[in-house]
Structures are given as structure tokens and as C-alpha cells.
Design a protein around this ligand. Structure first.
Ligand SMILES: C=CC1=C(C)c2cc3[nH]c(cc4nc(cc5[nH]c(cc1n2)c(C)c5CCC(=O)O)C(CCC(=O)O)=C4C)c(C)c3C=C
Ligand SMILES: [Fe+2]
Ligand SMILES: [Fe+2]
Length: 340
């Protein structure tokens, strides 16, 4: 019987929170043409400019959230892999990172050495973006061809609409709803608007009109990160029966001067405090594992910002990490790629 391995893939972190390692990581990440989608000479120039100051600031941020085991993102992805392993009955389960270690190349080589021939390849991103999903799928295909590995890939598509993912998200929120919060903010990683226009197959839907994401369907929805974020929110809202004035959506982690998708999390936090919200609950459903962007940007900086603006309580709901309903969901969602 053919052994079907499961390979879980996430973004990756620097090897350590020291400035030199953070610079190396940022260079690899930002020189990816799917992330900064500009012609090579322009990208090289822009990234070189970013690398003057950002590594130091980012290293400081990484140092504040680093664990004894290493990067939270990598450690939490490893815990997920360990939890999925006994429930995946088709073959081995590995995990890899798009940037840094453990690399996609080393994971694919290990699987080939174990006589695996089919790999269920699961990018750990609920919503589609070229800067996350496409880049890791293309990297895996490139490695297989370049190294002549006898592997075929079954790619798990973005799973924002999978009921098991929605159920797992709702399970992480539910315990917090008893604590009398005034508002729940869904804070998703942002994207440059340019990426949304580029991915729009109709070339005239995305970001035209205030409710374009609510109207998205078919191929437009399949490619629109922002519409998939709103759809994810609606799933959680429906599952938990939240009222319209209890929640809102925003986008975090902007980089550079280009326009990113709105509304921005930073501005939303000030607006919520100004509106009289005192007890704020935040969740980050674009990330399945806690990382720099959840723990430091939201858990530390956004908290400080909200409390300074008059807020009284701020709670960041942990990501899915290795929550049992999420482990179950991964096995189920990846399992659909295994033919009977
Ligand atoms: C959840 C999906 C993500 C999308 C979409 C995404 C797009 C995107 N990101 C940058 C720039 C940076 N992102 C950084 C960190 C980071 N990003 C994601 C996920 C998505 N990025 C994660 C999980 C992390 C955390 C990594 C960790 O080690 O914990 C960073 C590095 C940190 C920093 O210096 O702030 C940058 C830079 C761009 C430009 C982009 C889309 C074009
Ligand atoms: Fe990012
Ligand atoms: Fe769109």
C-alpha cells in the first residue's frame, strides 16, 4: 500500500532572536517575489533599505516573545504535528517552514527516504494569499523537480470554509464569552491592496464598493484573501450567535508605505476605545499558531495602546495551536485529499 505522508507547512522564524539571524530571515522572506512582488532590482533595493533598521527592531520584538524551546511559531507547529501523528493513519507526519528551518527541502527528502511516494501538502493558512499559500506550494514543486524526488503532491487548499476549522475557532472563543467583554475584534494579517487586485480574476471586483467582500463569490471569492477573512468571521459569528454590534474586523502587520487592506487594527483599537469599549477581546484567525504577530503585536503592543486609550481589560484569545478540536480538524481536512 502506498504510504501517504502529511506535511504541515507554516511560514517560519529566524534561527534565533539575534539581529544577524533576524536580518538573514527577513532577507530570505522579503526577497521572495510572492511577498514583495516587484521586479528584482526594485525589490533588492527596497529590501536593502528595509534591512537597515528593521532587523534590530524585529530582533527586539522576537526577544520579548522567544521561548526556551525557540520560536513560538515553530514550537507550536511541532506540537500540532506531534498531536496529529497518532491520528493520521496513512503514513508519517512532518512539519516544515517556508523560510528558515526546518526547511521544506529537508522534510521532502526525509519523506522520500522513508519510501513515501504521495505527500498531502497542507499550508497552514486558512485564507488564500500568493504571499503565503502559492509561495510554499511552488517551493515544494521546485524542490521535487530540482532534486528529482519521486514524490507527488496533493495540496490542501485554504480551509476558511471548512466546517471543522470554523468549529475549532468557535471552540477557542466560547470560554471567553462568559467574561463580560464589550467587544470582539477579529484581527487578520494584512496584505498590500496591490496583491488583492493582482489575484482578482475578474480584474474589476476587489476593493470596488464598500461591500465587495460580502458580494464575492465563485472564482473571485476563491482568490480574495479579504473576502475569505470576512467569510471566516461570519462563520464564527453564526456559530456563536454574536450580535452585529459586538464584533468588528480589522487588518494588522502593515509593512512599508504602500496601501494595505483596511480597516487597520491600530486605528480600530483607538476607535473602539473612543467609542467607550472598556473590555476588549481580540482573536487572530489568519494565524493557526501563535507567533510574533499575535504575541507581540497584539498581545503586547495593541494591549498597551488600548489601555493607554482608556480601555480597562484586554484579552488575546490564543490561536488554534494544538487545541484538540483543531487537531481533529487537521486530520479531517487533510484526510479529504486521500483517495479511498
Ligand atoms: C497569516 C498569513 C500571513 C500573510 C498573508 C502575510 C503576508 C505578509 N507578511 C509580510 C511581512 C512580514 N510578516 C512577518 C511575520 C509574519 N507573517 C506571518 C503570516 C502572514 N504574512 C506570520 C505567521 C509571521 C510571524 C513569523 C514569526 O516568526 O513568528 C514579518 C517578520 C516580522 C517583522 O519584522 O515584523 C514581516 C516583515 C508581508 C510583506 C506580507 C504580504 C505581502
Ligand atoms: Fe507576514
Ligand atoms: Fe476582494
Amino acid at each position: 500500500m502506498t504510504r501517504r505522508a502529511l506535511l504541515l507547512v507554516n511560514l517560519g522564524s529566524p534561527a534565533s532572536p539575534q539581529v544577524a539571524d533576524v536580518r538573514r530571515y527577513l532577507n530570505e522572506f522579503l526577497m521572495d517575489p510572492y511577498v514583495i512582488d516587484l521586479p528584482w532590482p526594485v525589490r533588492r533595493l527596497l529590501v536593502s533599505l528595509i534591512l537597515i533598521k528593521r532587523p534590530e527592531a524585529s530582533a527586539h520584538a522576537y526577544q520579548s516573545i522567544w521561548w526556551p524551546q525557540g520560536s513560538p511559531l515553530i514550537e507550536l507547529t511541532r506540537r500540532l504535528q506531534q498531536a496529529v501523528l497518532p491520528q493520521w493513519s496513512h503514513g508519517p507526519v512532518e512539519m516544515a517552514m517556508r523560510y528558515g528551518e526546518p526547511s521544506i527541502a529537508s522534510a521532502l527528502r526525509r519523506l522520500a527516504e522513508q519510501k513515501v511516494r504521495e505527500v498531502v501538502f497542507m499550508p497552514l493558512y486558512p485564507q488564500f494569499a500568493d504571499s503565503t499559500v502559492t509561495t510554499c506550494v511552488e517551493e515544494a514543486k521546485r524542490i521535487i523537480v530540482e532534486q528529482g524526488l519521486p514524490l507527488s503532491l496533493q495540496v490542501v487548499p485554504p480551509f476558511y470554509a471548512q466546517p471543522a476549522y470554523g468549529k475549532a475557532l468557535a471552540a477557542t472563543v466560547k470560554p471567553y464569552l462568559q467574561d463580560n467583554f464589550d467587544h470582539l475584534l477579529f484581527s487578520y494579517h494584512g496584505l498590500p491592496e496591490r496583491h488583492l487586485h493582482k489575484a482578482d480574476p475578474s480584474k474589476n471586483h476587489c476593493l470596488r464598493g464598500a461591500d465587495c467582500c460580502q458580494q464575492a463569490s465563485g472564482a473571485v471569492l476563491e482568490n480574495c484573501y479579504r473576502a475569505q477573512c470576512y467569510a471566516t468571521t461570519q462563520t464564527v459569528v453564526n456559530q456563536l450567535g454574536l450580535s452585529d454590534d459586538f464584533y468588528s474586523v480589522a487588518f494588522q502587520s502593515r509593512l512599508g508605505r504602500a496601501k494595505w487592506i483596511e480597516p487597520y487594527t491600530e486605528e480600530s483599537i483607538d476607535a473602539l476605545a473612543a467609542r467607550g469599549v472598556k473590555r476588549l477581546l481580540v482573536m487572530c484567525p489568519a494565524f493557526v499558531a501563535d507567533c510574533l504577530e499575535t504575541l507581540e503585536e497584539i498581545g503586547d503592543r495593541a494591549r498597551e495602546q488600548f489601555l493607554a486609550a482608556g480601555g480597562e481589560a484586554f484579552e488575546l484569545i490564543p490561536c488554534l495551536n494544538d487545541h484538540p478540536t483543531w487537531v481533529e480538524a487537521v486530520v479531517k481536512i487533510a484526510g479529504y485529499r486521500v483517495e479511498p
